[in-house]
Design a protein around this ligand. Structure first.
Ligand code: ADP
Length: 559
């Protein structure tokens, strides 16, 4: 019995000492200090307003740190300072580093790719840069020491391949790069795709079609770092990438807009088919537009000579204004399509399926924008040529408003919409339902676009003096009184107000006017600057005989 007691005592002592050993080992692990380089390149990595590291990389780093028992200390600097510190061993890890042979001679790299990025050339608005050749004689702002500048596929190598002579202005952050472009000191700039996507709207810059240098981004370590240490980092990155719910995918989605749900492999024929459809649809729309323009000029020839000359001159001016505005407006979505399509074709193997899906989504959005612009142009030329044909049927105004608002809610989930129609209902009105729906959609789109800060939009209809009076009211910045009539002129746009940078051709309201007037109605705007705007249009009730058969709600007013 005594022997058993002694044995038990020995075992307990062994357990206690093993436990305390484990605890002390754990303590020592949790206190491994780790210096990590931090530089300003939002949304990938940057310092937030509270002075903390933020962006895509920090959550990934924090995860590895928590698993490996590191205590992270971020060391802030410019990109070149960070790389120098890495070379001197003053920091232990540098995120967001693209691999090149030259860099591999100076630092060690993780094996697992953490993210794939590429670079865009931007131009200042008004500066025409469509290919590398257009950089001849230009000042180009770039990030000092970046792989997209100095790397084997960087901009310096690219311009020298084409014998293009330009001056590089080297700066310490992408923000400075865009600021320099915006101020006019530079004509073009090179930034990473993520920085460009996030900040392009804040500066007077446009994306060109020049996309280059897809780069895989890794963690880098001082030369001679322990291979076990690097393997641990790789192991954790792999672990994160294998779990679609991990912080890695959450961070990708939050900061870079890449969704793990889209990680299906796209068969190559899809992108070719999509490209084909875009090219054919666009070609068709352009042909149709020019065909109608020609028809329009023929019509004019029939007019009396003096009136004809006057009209012809006006038309010429309008055409050149239109062409310059159209080419300007079309260039942005076309540049996006061209850029992403080229990348899909040229760099197919280097891109992850996420990157491919992201590219296709961008192409899809840009195509919708193009379709919208081309539709506006076609409608305008139809109105000019007197070819607006209306299919008049009785329709229920309240139902039409409800459907337009229901779809606007889907397009602008942040806006609140209110429908205000009389409880007793409204009589049916004879109209071309598709066209009047187009008017409502245009007015709602403008309310969302120009008055998003106001958030609340009310759409109403009332009976007044033999007309049904529709109105769309927003609580946005409003419109100055002297502009209230002119905004219905073709291609008339008010100079963008502070905080509002909506794009457009200035055709929407002129098309609305043509459509409402074709219905023998009127359209106008009222506004109190600072309080909001109201767009009002009327449709005459006219002959009620034909309107009797209207169902209470039109379920499908779109053709
Ligand atoms: P676009 O939107 O394409 O510029 P529109 O004909 O729709 O062309 O509008 C002409 C101009 O009227 C716009 O550029 C804008 O300045 C102004 N505008 C239209 N709707 C609103 C609104 N709801 N609030 C403030 N301004 C508006």
């Amino acid at each position: 019995m005594k022997r058993y007691l002694i044995l038990l005592l020995c075992l307990s002592l062994l357990c206690v000492s093993l436990f305390s050993l484990a605890v002390s080992a754990d303590d020592s692990v949790s206190s491994i200090p780790m210096k990590v380089g931090l530089y300003e390149n939002s949304p990938k990595i940057f310092t937030d307003e509270e002075g903390n590291a933020a962006g895509f990389w920090p959550p990934v780093i924090d995860y590895i740190a928590s698993k490996e028992g590191w205590e992270i200390e971020y060391v802030h600097g410019t990109w070149t300072e960070c790389l120098t510190r890495l070379e001197n061993g003053e920091i232990d890890i540098m995120p967001d580093v693209a691999y090149t042979e030259e860099r591999a001679a100076l630092y060690d790299f993780s094996e697992e790719t953490v993210y794939v990025s590429w670079s865009w050339v931007y131009a200042r608005k008004g500066v025409n840069i469509e290919s590398i050749l257009d950089l001849e004689g230009k000042n180009v702002a770039v990030l000092r020491g970046s792989v997209n500048v100095e790397g084997p596929e960087g901009i310096k190598k690219l311009v020298s391949t084409f014998n293009v002579d330009c001056v590089f202005i080297e700066l310490d952050s992408y923000t400075e790069v865009f600021e320099t472009l915006d101020s006019g000191e530079a004509d073009a700039a090179v930034v990473s795709k993520d920085f460009g996507n996030l900040h392009e709207a804040d500066f007077n810059v446009v994306k060109t079609a020049i996309l280059f240098q897809p780069a895989s981004l890794y963690f880098a370590f001082p030369k001679g770092s322990s291979s076990t240490f690097i393997e641990r980092v790789d192991y954790r990155v792999k672990e994160l990438k294998e779990d679609t719910d991990s912080i890695y995918y959450q961070s990708l989605e939050r900061w870079l807009g890449v969704s793990p749900a889209g990680r299906t492999v796209i068969p190559p024929w899809v992108k070719w088919a999509l490209l084909g459809v875009i090219v054919v649809a666009f070609g068709f729309a352009v042909m149709s537009f020019f065909h109608r323009s020609r028809a329009m000029s023929k019509n004019k020839e029939l007019m009396a000579e003096t009136a004809e000359r006057k009209k012809y001159e006006e038309l010429n001016k309008l055409k050149s204004d239109l062409l310059s505005m159209v080419s300007h407006e079309l260039r942005t979505p076309l540049a996006t399509i061209k850029g992403y399509a080229t990348m899909l074709v040229d760099y197919d193997e280097k891109l992850t399926s996420d990157e491919k899906i992201q590219s296709l989504v961008s192409i899809d959005k840009a195509t919708s924008r193009l379709t919208y612009l081309v539709d506006q142009l076609l409608d305008m030329s139809r109105a000019d040529a007197g070819l607006l044909e209306l299919e008049m049927d009785p329709a229920n105004p309240a139902a039409l408003i409800r459907q337009a608002v229901a779809e606007a809610r889907l397009r602008a989930p942040d806006c609140s919409f209110e429908v205000d129609v009389p409880a007793e209902g409204l009589p049916p009105v004879r109209m071309d339902v598709t066209r009047i729906r187009q008017v409502l959609d245009n007015l709602l789109e403008n309310a969302i676009k120009y008055a998003a800060n106001g958030k609340a939009v009310t759409v109403s209809a009332r009976l007044h003096d033999g007309d049904v009076v529709f109105s769309v009211t927003d609580r946005g910045p409003g419109i100055p009184e002297h502009e209230l009539e002119r905004i219905f002129d073709r291609m008339y746009r008010i100079e963008p107000q502070a905080g509002v940078s909506a794009k457009g051709l200035g055709l929407g309201l002129s098309i609305c006017k043509a459509l409402v007037e074709a219905h023998k109605g009127r359209i106008w705007a009222e506004s109190r600057p600072g309080e909001g705007s109201r767009f009002i249009f009327t449709l005459p009730l006219g002959d009620q005989e034909n309107s009797r058969n209207v169902a209470k709600d039109n379920q499908n007013p779109r053709r």
